[in-house]
Design a protein around this ligand. Structure first.
Ligand SMILES: NC(=O)c1ccc[n+]([C@@H]2O[C@H](COP(=O)([O-])OP(=O)(O)OC[C@H]3O[C@@H](n4cnc5c(N)ncnc54)[C@H](OP(=O)(O)O)[C@@H]3O)[C@@H](O)[C@H]2O)c1
Length: 326
């Protein structure tokens, strides 16, 4: 995406860039003053190691690469580990402590280490951005930061997991759980380990990210009251439909006397309300606020392109770059 938009970024946003390091899990970690992205992408398409590129130096692992990279920004997109947020949190911590801005789509660091990382970023006068962590490219954190000054977020509710939305929508049409899961996997929406979706871990990590950032909580995913969708049966969906409702896996955050209470569980959703737009792969988040009432953002069938856009938009906003359109 950055490669295809190089000229637009320069013309419209005064942003130019060089890629000086790339880390992967299985294709090596490389450093060079100006890596040719098209060549690197070609190597990935051929399943060839990145070390086969001309003129690159190798690093033994991602942490050493982050230590050595001559860079201003780290884009962190390693896979999520919902148990501890690693290795992403360590990557982010090291980069911020070295004075690099960090942009990530990984919810782990926000769910497991937000306060520490926010302080580290402030100490080093750099920014830690994570718009893609909860709803791909749909602006949630940046909307609150940029467009809702002085607004307090009182709570939220959302259908934030495409896999469970697809499974429940598909079961409503009479398919079995197994067939519906296979459909989500065929669409490439399910996590590599689909149990993370089905058992509500993905939604729990997202709920914690929202609460820690927007409601000043300091929670961890294990503190979410969580029930997945394994127990939802076809007759439950039918009964809901007969009374004008659908069932969806809803992540909910509410202020309580003791702090913020987070739940992830199948809930009955009234047809015609914003949450009921979560059919198929669509996602929705409703924020409950003090000055703006309820605000909802929906995203239609998000994919990897929208997530890439989240990284791009965070990067542009870090530099407060001008936008020639407005
Ligand atoms: N895909 C989406 O639409 C989406 C939406 C929202 C958020 N996210 C988040 O964005 C992140 C990336 O998602 P993705 O779909 O692009 O995942 P992906 O296709 O699995 O890609 C992950 C990348 O990280 C590399 N990697 C694996 N282990 C690593 C390690 N220990 N250190 C450094 N790099 C490592 C992988 O390299 P190898 O291929 O060589 O292993 C691969 O390049 C995840 O945290 C995900 O939760 C994704």
């Amino acid at each position: 995406m950055i490669s295809a938009r190089r000229e637009v970024l320069a013309q419209d946003h005064d942003l130019t860039f060089r890629v000086t390091a790339i880390a992967t899990g299985t294709r090596g970690c490389i450093l060079a003053p100006d890596i040719n992205l098209e060549d690197a992408l070609e190597r990935v398409a051929q399943s060839a190691p990145l070390s086969s590129l001309d003129g690159v130096q190798n690093a033994p692992d991602p942490l050493t690469l982050i230590k050595q990279a001559d860079a201003d920004v780290l884009f962190e997109t390693s896979p999520l580990n919902p148990a501890d947020g690693e290795p992403a949190s360590s990557h982010v911590r090291l980069a911020l402590s070295r004075g690099l801005h960090v942009v990530t789509a990984n919810k782990g660091p926000v769910a497991f280490a937000y306060r520490a990382l926010r302080s580290l970023a402030a100490e080093n006068a750099v920014q830690f951005r994570f718009e893609g962590a909860v709803m791909d490219g749909a602006p949630i954190f940046n909307m609150v930061r940029s467009c809702l000054p002085a607004v307090k977020v009182l709570g939220f509710s959302g259908a934030l997991n495409s896999t469970t939305n697809i499974i429940l929508s598909s079961m409503e049409s009479g398919r079995s759980f197994g067939e519906s899961l296979a459909e989500a996997q065929r669409l490439g929406v399910a996590e590599a380990n689909a149990d993370h979706d089905i058992d509500g871990w993905d939604s729990a990590v997202k709920a914690v990210a929202l609460a820690n950032v927007l409601m000043d909580a300091d929670l961890r995913p294990s503190e979410v009251i969580r029930t997945g969708i394994r127990q939802v049966m076809a007759p439950d969906l039918l009964r809901a439909r007969e009374s004008g409702n659908i069932l969806r896996l809803i992540a909910r955050g509410e202020r309580s006397r003791t702090g913020v209470r987070l739940t992830v569980r199948p809930e009955t959703v009234r047809l015609g309300t914003p949450l009921a737009t979560a059919t198929g792969a669509n996602n929705i988040l409703t924020l409950k606020t003090d000055l703006m009432g309820e605000l909802s953002i929906t995203e239609t069938a998000p994919g990897v392109e929208q997530t890439a856009y989240a990284l791009l938009s965070d990067w542009i906003s870090i530099y407060g770059a001008r936008d020639s359109r407005v």
